[in-house]
Design a protein around this ligand. Structure first.
Ligand code: FAD
Ligand code: NAD
Length: 480
């Protein structure tokens, strides 16, 4: 007889492993199926995020930022760094150590919380059965009361830039270069293009980024997108908008990239490595037998309702494989909510309060609606901004680039969006998320006491400035 579980989770990324742990903590019998194997055929837990996404990219961003600062920012602050150099293999070993530490941690958490880890690729059959095939194609069938699909996503490939995993790579390859490329090409000025383009630019590559759209970060509030573009360009990222790649060819270890520029003219450049980062697509093929009853949408995402329930009662899907932003924390929130829901609790994910961060320097971080969205909706709003250049802590940190923008409803003063360009904007944005979760007004933030000196004081000032009351700004009113 097949082993039966209260919940079988398919996929062990930040959606799947978090859902499995929460469900087990709630007393359910839980198994998590993961097919990823390392070179020694050992199961790899943690998904994209821990292995080839958030964590390794942030490790390289932190290291390369330190290098860049020591190289170009220290002298101005009276520090002498001497002969600074980069040891790429050592840097990669450090990054791999962090990944190993964290993925090993998940195995430990599974054990400690009683989650059964099953190695192999899962397929959802009818009647809530799950088939798992191991590396030798040996099949085992399991049964479950509930199934949570958390199979994530993978990079999109485009025909004019076929990956060879040496010179033309996706984000995974770009986290593994064995030396700093002299010239680096990037296709796509999205989050991955900017983060990984920044890593290698800081370490010395000449970076050219080709972006198909005519606007930089079109879905981001344009005040912070424009400010970000200014800083990235100053740092040396050559970002070409409305540039359509038509052909690539690798000759003698060089990649020749042909593209159509903004004026429709054919152009070519050569680089040592090319990163293709044009978005990600859900892992949903071969995941369901034809009689499973689970529906996909027209883009291959598993179709779910607001509660992450698929078209089959008892089968849920979360994370990158369903609609919404492809973010680790969104996947984890959905995982917790679904586990709680199965346990009979009433839960909800507030999709209006999911923070976004681009971990460049300065970082871009935001939550809620953009000014452009509010304008299009005809919603009345007011805006308060404050520049990081007027923040004492930013000066002390030699990081005065950027600004904070708070958008509030014109009539109710409720905060509708917060948009930040700053050193450590990723930490600052949490305060805005909390404020919005509690339905705060700009005045609530303005009346809150912030520690001095902190970067967060700029959020305080921007909130005060929604009503023209920032202190460290010319704000004198006429006497009534
Ligand atoms: P995944 O993490 O993709 O995990 C899915 C897992 O399911 C994988 O381990 C896969 O092997 C397994 N699987 C798939 N199919 C099957 C099957 N049939 N049977 C068994 N197992 C299966 N997000 C952030 O929030 N912050 C960041 O800073 C950030 N940085 C990123 C940097 C890079 C370079 C990349 C590529 C992504 C980054 N992301 C970041 C996005 C983040 O990694 C994803 O949003 C997140 O990993 C999605 O989690 P998930 O659990 O849905 O899927
Ligand atoms: P993205 O959607 O952020 O950016 C892709 C960019 O490529 C877009 O600007 C798009 O216009 C452009 N593009 C698409 N086709 C193109 C073409 N043929 N030629 C030139 N440009 C083209 O996708 P991404 O950067 O690949 O990242 C994938 C996902 O991973 C993101 O959606 C994000 O959710 C997640 N991620 C998050 C973080 C983070 O939270 N810090 C970091 C990395 C990745």
């Amino acid at each position: 007889m097949a082993d039966k579980y209260d919940i079988i989770v398919i996929g062990s990324g930040p959606g799947g492993y978090v859902a499995a742990i929460r469900a087990a903590q709630l007393g359910m019998k839980v198994a998590c199926v993961e097919g990823w194997l390392d070179e020694k055929d050992q199961q790899v837990l943690g998904g994209t995020c821990l292995n080839v996404g958030c964590i390794p990219s942030k490790a390289l961003l932190e290291i390369s930022h330190k290098y860049e600062e020591a190289k170009h920012g220290f002298e101005h602050q009276g520090l002498i760094a001497g002969n600074l150099d980069v040891d790429v293999p050592k840097m990669m070993a450090h990054k791999n150590g962090i990944v190993k530490n964290l993925t090993g941690g998940i195995a430990g958490l599974f054990k400690a919380n009683g989650v059964k880890s099953i190695t192999g690729w899962g397929t959802v059959l009818s009647k809530k059965q799950v088939s798992v095939k191991d590396k030798d194609d040996k099949e085992t069938i399991y049964e479950a009361e509930n199934i949570i699909i958390a199979t994530g996503s993978r990079p999109i490939e485009i025909p004019p830039a076929k990956l060879d995993n040496d010179r033309i790579v996706d984000s995974t390859g770009a986290l593994e270069f064995d030396e700093v490329p002299k010239r680096l090409g990037v296709i796509g000025a999205g989050i991955i293009g900017l983060e990984l383009g920044s890593v290698w630019n800081r370490l010395g590559s000449e970076v050219t980024v080709l972006e198909a759209q005519d606007k930089f970060l079109p879905t981001v509030d344009q005040t912070i997108a424009k400010d970000g573009l200014k800083h990235f360009t100053k740092q040396g990222l050559e970002i070409k908008l409305k540039a359509r790649v038509t052909h690539t060819e690798v000759k003698r270890n060089l990649v020749y990239v042909t593209y159509e520029d903004a004026d429709g003219k054919e152009q070519q450049f050569k680089c040592d490595r090319l990163i293709v980062s044009v978005g990600r697509t859900p892992n949903s093929e071969k995941l369901f037998s034809s009689d499973s009853g689970v529906n996909l949408d027209e883009r291959g995402f598993v179709f779910v309702d607001d509660d992450c329930l698929t078209s089959v009662p008892g089968i849920y899907a979360i994370g990158d494989v369903v609609r919404g932003p492809m973010l680790a924390h969104k996947a984890s929130e959905e995982g917790i909510a679904v586990a709680d829901r199965i346990a009979g609790e009433k839960t909800e994910v507030n999709y209006d309060c999911i923070p976004n961060v681009i971990y460049t320097h300065p970082e871009l971080a935001w939550v809620g609606q953009t000014e452009e969205e509010l304008k299009a909706e005809g919603e009345p709003y007011k805006v308060g901004t404050f520049s990081m250049a007027a923040n004492g802590r930013a000066m002390a940190a030699n990081a005065t680039e950027g600004l904070v923008k708070v958008i509030a409803h014109e009539k109710t003063d409720r905060i509708l969006g917060v948009h930040i360009v700053s050193h450590q904007a990723s930490e600052m944005i949490a305060q805005a998320v909390i404020a919005m979760e509690f339905g705060a007004s700009a005045e609530d933030l303005a009346l809150t006491c912030f520690a001095h000196p902190t970067l967060s004081e700029s959020l305080h000032e921007a909130a005060m400035n929604v009503d023209g009351k920032a202190i460290h700004k010319a704000n004198r009113r006429k006497k009534k």
